[in-house]
Design a protein around this ligand. Structure first.
Ligand code: MSP
Length: 487
């Protein structure tokens, strides 16, 4: 079975990981966990983008070598992913020797083929984006993403013949609907390519922290060409080899990223793959951006959110829940501490937490210690099952907030049902009816636990433990709340 291959961008190591990086990586993790629960084999890759002038400057400002700087920050990313419960399969660093060798080999191959040629680049460059900008893209003379004036560059440079791939790209977009996702992002890319593609500069002579061009080492390879190639070097692509294990993974099923780097993934990367004669990824999906309390997140504003702070205050699962419930995946969203607390107390502590404690406490009290079989013809359970297909469809389409909405509608339904059935009264009047009802609740809560599991794996596991077949008779009668209320 071909593995489902999904990737995050490789994060620059010039800054410590923040909520933005966490967002993409968690989305990949949620999807990977979901797919695995459906029996799929998954290869989930993330990593760090460690070359380029920007990192060279940051390291120099901190009086360390770029390699040492990169080593430290890459470690910090790995630690962050551990804290956030990310189960990636491979962490690639662009300073890995194998990666570097392949990037060099691929560059030489493209030179031989005429897809790369030597010329001179005169133009603008935003070092924060590591991107060559056209005059027409500037807003008041500044880079539209970083609001900084770009540098003027005039130097010998290699070029990649992007123009050659204009038509093939347009044809690919047309014949592969869904390649550009979400679909509202497709138009912008198609218009951009239709306006005509220029060849792009792919080497620098003024940046030494990069992979040297093998046949002309005074040039280093443009950091984006280096970084994009990770998607094939990670799963082990080697030029000129039979690539047996690579072919079990490639093509990628999904490249995930933020909207600001969509063009690199939707235009340049597929063109590079066409030049290499490799199949294209199935989907490139760009999500939106987080602002914080209505403002752009930035070092200078001092409002950069470190997920570790939220995790230590609220716990990991509530954080994982919040960022996917709050904003439809794909669109921009705003992070507000108040909204987080409101959802925590309302949807987690009240809706799910209370439902769970009051039900499990009754289950522990009134049901035998071995869990009952699945109830036959339970209207309640069947009603829940009705949303299963829609939840699965949402998950497959990365509509995480919609999946969570549906799950929480079911949680409300269960809460209503408990209020209506009043099991605490049944305990006095009709023990058989009580058992039947609690039995149904066990199965409904198991279903809920399986649905929330990709988002909140430890909560789901805790729920299941209390609802499992072999409960320990000595289990304490009062269970700890899943989500203690916050003042
Ligand atoms: N190194 C490049 C990517 C190379 S991929 C071959 C890069 N790195 S980055 O460190 O700047 O990370 C960018 C990614 O971080 C975005 O695409 C997005 O996934 C995530 N985010 C960074 N800030 C973000 C927000 N404020 N909101 C949401 N996600 C953002 O670009």
């Amino acid at each position: 079975m071909k593995k489902y291959y999904l990737t995050t961008p490789l994060y620059y190591v010039n800054y410590k990981p923040h909520i933005g990086h966490a967002y993409t990586t968690l989305a990949a993790d949620v999807l990977a966990r979901y797919l695995k629960s459906q029996g799929k084999k998954v290869f989930f890759q993330t990593g760090t983008d460690e070359h380029g002038g920007n990192i060279e400057k940051t390291a120099a400002a901190n009086n360390v070598s770029p390699q040492k700087w990169a080593d430290d920050v890459a470690l910090e990313f790995k630690e962050m992913w551990k804290t956030l419960g990310i189960e990636y399969d491979y962490f690639i660093r662009t300073t890995d020797e194998k990666h570097k060798a392949q990037v060099q080999a691929i560059f030489e191959r493209m030179l031989e083929q005429g897809d790369i040629y030597l010329g001179n680049y005169a133009g603008l460059y935003c070092s924060s984006c590591e991107n060559f900008l056209d005059e027409s893209e500037l807003i008041e003379g500044k880079c539209p993403v970083h609001k900084k004036e770009p540098e003027k560059i005039n130097e010998e440079s290699y070029f990649f013949k992007l123009s050659k791939y204009e038509k093939p790209l347009l044809e690919h977009y047309k014949s592969h609907p869904g390649f550009l996702s979400p679909d509202y992002r497709a138009n912008e890319i198609i218009r951009f390519v239709e306006r005509g593609l220029n060849d792009i500069s792919v080497s620098r002579t003024k940046v030494s922290w990069g992979i040297p061009v093998k046949s002309n080492p005074k040039h280093t390879i443009y950091v984006w060409i280096d970084a994009l190639t990770n998607y094939i070097t990670g799963p082990g692509f080697e030029l000129g080899k039979d690539n047996e294990s690579f072919n079990e993974i490639w093509p990628a099923d999904l490249h995930l990223m933020g909207k600001e780097i969509y063009r690199f993934h939707a235009v340049i990367w597929p063109a590079m793959l066409m030049a290499l004669g490799l199949p294209l990824p199935k989907k490139v999906y760009a999500h939106g951006w987080w602002t914080v309390e209505g403002e752009k997140m930035s070092k200078s504003r001092g409002n950069v959110i470190d997920p570790r702070d939220l995790v230590s205050e609220y716990g990991l699962d509530p954080f994982r829940y919040f960022i996917f419930r709050e904003v439809p995946f794909g669109q921009d969203g705003d992070f507000s501490a108040e909204a987080f607390k409101r959802r925590y107390n309302g949807e987690l502590a009240n809706d799910l937490g209370n439902l769970f404690s009051r039900t499990v406490n009754m289950i522990n009290k009134y049901l035998d210690s071995s869990m009952p079989d699945k109830p036959e013809n339970s209207q309640l359970f069947n009603q829940l099952l009705e949303s299963k297909k829609d939840i699965e469809k949402d998950m497959e389409e990365l509509q995480f907030s919609s999946a969570l909405d549906r799950i929480w509608k079911n949680i409300s339904l269960l809460n209503r049902e408990v209020d209506l059935k009043k099991p605490w009264e049944l305990a006095k009047t009709d023990k058989e009816a009580l058992k039947k009802f609690l039995n149904e609740m066990v199965w409904c809560l198991r279903l809920v636990s399986s649905w929330i599991s990709p988002f909140m794996p430890s909560t789901a596991a805790r729920m299941l433990m209390h609802l499992s077949v072999s409960r320990q008779p000595e289990e304490p009668k009062k269970i700890e709340p899943l989500f203690p209320r916050k003042q």
